[in-house]
Ligand binder design. Structure first.
Ligand code: BGC
Length: 463
C-alpha cells in the first residue's frame, strides 16, 4: 500500500497499469433507469406498488419515467461506446419478460433486451445482463414472494426464457444482485419493496434467493451458457474496539451481511450452522439445496461501497441505530459506530478505498482456491455537485486500491462503475446522483460529467 495517499483517496498522476484483458464496465439496473412501466405488455413489479405507498420514497418520486432509457437506449449505448469501456452491466426486468411472473412469456418485453444487446454488440460493448435486480413481479409477490420456496423455481424458468432469447450473444451472466439487501431492506426492515418488516423472520428469503441463484445457474448451463456469476454486496466489518463484546457484535454483523451470502455460494454450506440453520428453517431440505447453491461459478461479483464499524449495543436491548442511512430497529445484538477521519459522499457514506483492498485480500485469505476470479460489479458514489472533483477522487482512489489487491495476488478480472447515469436511487428517489452522466429529470437530457471524461482518458492511457 502507498502510505502517502490521503485517507479518502487519490494521488495524482496516471493510474497503475491493470492486467491485459481486464474488463472495464459501467452498471445500471432496469427499474432505476428504464421508465416505460406500462409499455409493451410489462407487468407490475413490487417496486411499482411500493412507490405508491405514501412516505416510502423520500421525495415521493417513482420509476414511471426514470431516465427514459427504454426509449433512449441507443443514446445510452453511444455514451458507453464513447466512454471506451468494454462491457455494460444492465438488468433484465422479470415483469417485462413474464408479466405474471410466468409461465407466459411476453415476446415484446424480450424484444427490448434483444434490441439493446444488438446495439451493444454493434458498438463493440459486451452485454452483461443481471437477471434480477429486485423487481419481483407483483404476481409472484402476491403468492408469497421470496418467502415462498416455489419462487426460486419460477425464477429459474424465467432465467431459461431469457437465455433462450439472448444466449447466442451473451457470454457473461449475473443471476442476482445483492440478495443481502433485498432480504434485509425488503423483507426485514421494510425500507425497500416489498416493504415487509419481518426482522430475523426474513431469513428464509435469503435461502430462497440463493436457491433461485443455484437453479438459475443450472438453467443457464442447460442452455449452454458460460461465464456465470452473482453480484453480492460486501464490505469489511470493523469492530469498534478490541473488547470481547465489540468483537462478538462485529462478528455477528459480518456473519449476517457477508458470510451468510458468500459461503453457501463459495463453499456450499452456511456459516455457523447451529446459529443460522434455525433462522433459515421452514425452507425445506437445506442440504440438498446447498449442493445446488454451491455449484462452482465462473467468477464472483462484488459490489463494494464502504466498510462498517460495529460494536456491542450500549445497553441491554439498545442496538439498532443509523447504518449509512438505513434505520435499524432497537433490540439488535449489534450497533453502528461512526467511522471518523475519512471524507464522506453527499449520501454520508465514508470514502475508504483501502477497505476495498482489505476486503479482497480478506476474501482470498478466507476462501483460498474456492474463490473464483473476482469482478467488482459495482463501486461508485453519490455527489450532487457539477464540478465532480470528488467523484474523480473516489474512482481514482478505489482503482488504486483495487490495483493494490491485484498486486497482493488477488485474481481480479474486472471493474464496473455504479453508475452510467444518475437514476432512481430506490427509497432515496432522485436525490442521490451516482452517475458518470448527469440526467436532467425535466428534459431527460444527458450531460457527461467531468468524471466521465476522466475515466475515458484513464482507459485510453491503459491502452
Ligand atoms: C444497488 C444499486 C444502488 C447502489 C447505490 C447497490 O446496493 O445494487 O441498485 O443504486 O447500491 O445505493
Amino acid at each position: 500500500m502507498d502510505g502517502s495517499r490521503a485517507p479518502g483517496g487519490s494521488s495524482s498522476g496516471a493510474l497503475p497499469r491493470f492486467p491485459a484483458g481486464f474488463v472495464w464496465g459501467v452498471s445500471t439496473s432496469a427499474y432505476q433507469i428504464e421508465g416505460a412501466v406500462d409499455e409493451d405488455g410489462r407487468g407490475r413489479s413490487v417496486w411499482d406498488a411500493f412507490v405508491e405507498r405514501a412516505g416510502r420514497v423520500k421525495d415521493g418520486s417513482d420509476g414511471r419515467v426514470a431516465t427514459g432509457h427504454y426509449q433512449r437506449y441507443r443514446e445510452d449505448v453511444a455514451l458507453i461506446e464513447e466512454l471506451g469501456v468494454g462491457a455494460y452491466r444492465f438488468s433484465v426486468a422479470w415483469p417485462r419478460v413474464m408479466p405474471d411472473g410466468g409461465p407466459r412469456v411476453n415476446a415484446a418485453g424480450l424484444d427490448f433486451y434483444d434490441r439493446l444487446v444488438d446495439a451493444l454488440c454493434a458498438a463493440g460493448v459486451r452485454p452483461v445482463p443481471t437477471l434480477f435486480h429486485w423487481d419481483t413481479p407483483e404476481a409472484v409477490e402476491a403468492a408469497g414472494g421470496w418467502l415462498e420456496r416455489d419462487t426460486a423455481s419460477r425464477f429459474a424458468a424465467y432465467a431459461d426464457a431469457v437465455a433462450a432469447r439472448l444466449g447466442d450473444r451473451v457470454d457473461r451472466w449475473i443471476t442476482l444482485n445483492e440478495p443481502a439487501e433485498l432480504t434485509l431492506l425488503g423483507y426485514g426492515l421494510g425500507q425497500h419493496a416489498p416493504g415487509r418488516e419481518l426482522g430475523f423472520g426474513a431469513l428464509p428469503v435469503a435461502h430462497h434467493l440463493l436457491l433461485g441463484h443455484g437453479l438459475a445457474v443450472q438453467a443457464l448451463r442447460a442452455r449452454g451458457a458460460g461465464g456465470i456469476g452473482i453480484a453480492n454486496s460486501h464490505g469489511p466489518t470493523w469492530a469498534a474496539s478490541e473488547s470481547a463484546a465489540d468483537q462478538e457484535a462485529a462478528g455477528l454483523y459480518d456473519l449476517l451481511l457477508n458470510r451468510l451470502f458468500a459461503e453457501p455460494v463459495l463453499l456450499g454450506r452456511y456459516p455457523e450452522e447451529e446459529l443460522t440453520a434455525p433462522l433459515l428453517s421452514g425452507t425445506g431440505p437445506v442440504d440438498e439445496d446447498l449442493r445446488i447453491i454451491g455449484e462452482p461459478l465462473d467468477w464472483y461479483g462484488v459490489n463494494y461501497y464502504q466498510p462498517t464499524k460495529v460494536g456491542a449495543p450500549a445497553a441491554e436491548g439498545a442496538g439498532g441505530g443509523d447504518f449509512a442511512g438505513i434505520e435499524l430497529p432497537p433490540g439488535l445484538p449489534f450497533a453502528p459506530r461512526e467511522i471518523e477521519g475519512y471524507p464522506r459522499t453527499d449520501f454520508g457514506w465514508p470514502v475508504v478505498p483501502a477497505a476495498l483492498t482489505e476486503l479482497l485480500t480478506g476474501f482470498r485469505d478466507r476462501y483460498g482456491d474456492r474463490l473464483p476470479p473476482v469482478v467488482i460489479t459495482e463501486n461508485g458514489c453519490s455527489y450532487d455537485g457539477v464540478g465532480d472533483r470528488e467523484r474523480i477522487a473516489f474512482l481514482d482512489g478505489h482503482l488504486r486500491a483495487l490495483h493494490d489487491a491485484i498486486t497482493a495476488g488477488v485474481d481480479v478480472r474486472g471493474y464496473f462503475v455504479w453508475s452510467l447515469l444518475d437514476n432512481f436511487e430506490w427509497a432515496e428517489g432522485y436525490a442521490r446522483r451516482f452517475g458518470l452522466v448527469h440526467v436532467d429529470y425535466d428534459t431527460l437530457v444527458r450531460t457527461p460529467k467531468a468524471s466521465y471524461y476522466w475515466l475515458r482518458d484513464a482507459l485510453r492511457a491503459q491502452r
